[in-house]
Design a protein around this ligand. Structure first.
Ligand SMILES: C[S@@+](CC[C@H](N)C(=O)[O-])C[C@H]1O[C@@H](n2cnc3c(N)ncnc32)[C@H](O)[C@@H]1O
Length: 366
């Protein structure tokens, strides 16, 4: 647990899920700068990309409209508001299209993907009045060299702050201009012989992940319920639906952009009664003992931090949700040593395929 002091008030903030002995903080120097930003107007503030709710907690005396496509970020927000016994006037939404209140100003924590920032600024310019103040905060090391051009293109009166603790703010105002970037990025994916559509924040939006490529070449023959855990744009589910007429997919991701991309993509290859796409943190709340297969290409980052806790959570949830005799098939970078985790959880695992970088492993629930 760590403490952040905002205007003399101490906030207790944790990442989500809380990790024992976690040395990683739930905020960074850019959040601190954003919380001290003095050019914010009265009225409802729209807060974007606040991963663990540090900005919402620090601004709890304001009316807030808080938008994040991450299910885990919504859980972190709830956790940290509760830890600090805060009950702000706050609407938590999963996408900008749900915003239905007048917005006086916008606070943006720079997202990892510039495509997402561009989409967000485009939405703001198309839906909010010109002149609405915007402040973007980021650590200098996270600021790409193209950021000044992008902000000048999509904002007026752009002015960067001085750097504090190696973070910086960029102030500007909405200008009504848009970038022309399409909402969906479409590309042809040869292993599924289909065009894949990608909303801005989906993983693998620009190209097929190389781990996914290996798993696509080694998918099981399956029938019954198959879970695609961390489905991204749904490419693994597409291939399973195409090759297995007696399989039904449950595709799960914590990113709303992944969920809506997967819904679009699966509709291209199967009737809607053969798949369900769920916005969730791993398989939380899903009944145990129901799945015949779980497929998984786990992430090894949470925001900027390299971590294996999500893979652990995914493997544990997979074991719980599988029927007795059901199987988990995963792909991972060799150096991540997933065979050790699977052996500890399932009592063994088999190598299905490998190349210089990746390995496909399978474990069975006994
Ligand atoms: C390496 S990508 C794999 C995407 C896709 N299955 C593929 O193979 O291209 C991992 C996915 O896990 C999702 N993810 C990360 N944390 C998650 C969580 N706690 N619960 C559910 N999905 C999560 C990410 O949003 C991302 O789409």
């Amino acid at each position: 647990m760590s403490q952040l002091t905002v205007n003399g008030t101490e906030l207790r903030l944790e990442r989500f899920p809380p990790q024992p002995q976690d040395s990683l903080q739930a905020w960074d120097a850019a959040d601190e700068l954003l919380l001290g930003a003095h050019q914010l107007p009265e009225g409802t503030l729209l807060v974007l990309n606040d991963h663990f709710g540090a900005l919402a907690c620090g601004l709890a005396d304001r009316s807030l409209c808080w938008v994040n496509d991450s299910f885990v970020a919504h859980q972190a927000l709830e956790q940290n508001l509760e830890l600090n016994q805060l009950e702000p006037d706050l609407q938590a939404l999963k996408m900008l299209d749900e915003v239905d209140t007048p917005i006086a100003g916008v606070m943006i924590k720079l997202p990892r993907s510039l495509r997402l920032l561009t989409a967000q600024l485009d939405w703001l310019n198309a839906h909010l009045p010109e002149g609405t103040p915007v402040v973007i905060g980021a650590r200098q090391k996270d600021m790409p060299s193209s950021l000044p051009d992008l902000t000048r293109q999509l904002l007026d009166e752009v002015s960067p702050s001085r750097a504090v603790k190696k973070a910086r703010l960029v102030y500007g105002q909405l200008c009504g201009r848009v970038s022309g970037q399409p909402t969906l990025l479409d590309w042809f994916c040869e292993p599924v012989d289909e065009t894949i559509s990608n909303y801005p924040n989906v993983y693998g939006a620009k190209a097929l992940d190389i781990g996914a490529r290996l798993l696509l070449a080694h998918l099981p023959k399956a029938k019954g319920q198959v879970v695609d855990l961390g489905c991204g744009n749904g490419v693994l589910s597409m291939a399973m639906l195409q090759a297995n007429p007696d399989a039904e997919m449950v595709a799960v991701d914590e990113s709303w952009d992944a969920v809506r991309s997967t819904n679009l993509n699966l509709a291209k290859v199967a009737d809607s009664d053969r798949f369900e796409v769920v916005w969730n943190d791993c398989l939380s709340g899903m009944d145990g003992g129901q799945a015949d297969w779980v497929l998984c290409n786990p992430p090894f980052h949470q925001q900027q931090a390299v971590t294996d806790h999500i893979a652990w959570q995914m493997f544990r949830d997979a074991k719980r949700v599988l029927k007795k005799g059901g199987r988990l098939r995963i792909v991972g970078n060799r150096h991540l040593g997933y065979h050790i985790k699977l052996t500890r959880l399932f009592g063994g695992c088999t190598t299905i395929a490998s190349n210089a970088k990746f390995v496909v492993l399978e474990a069975q629930k006994r």
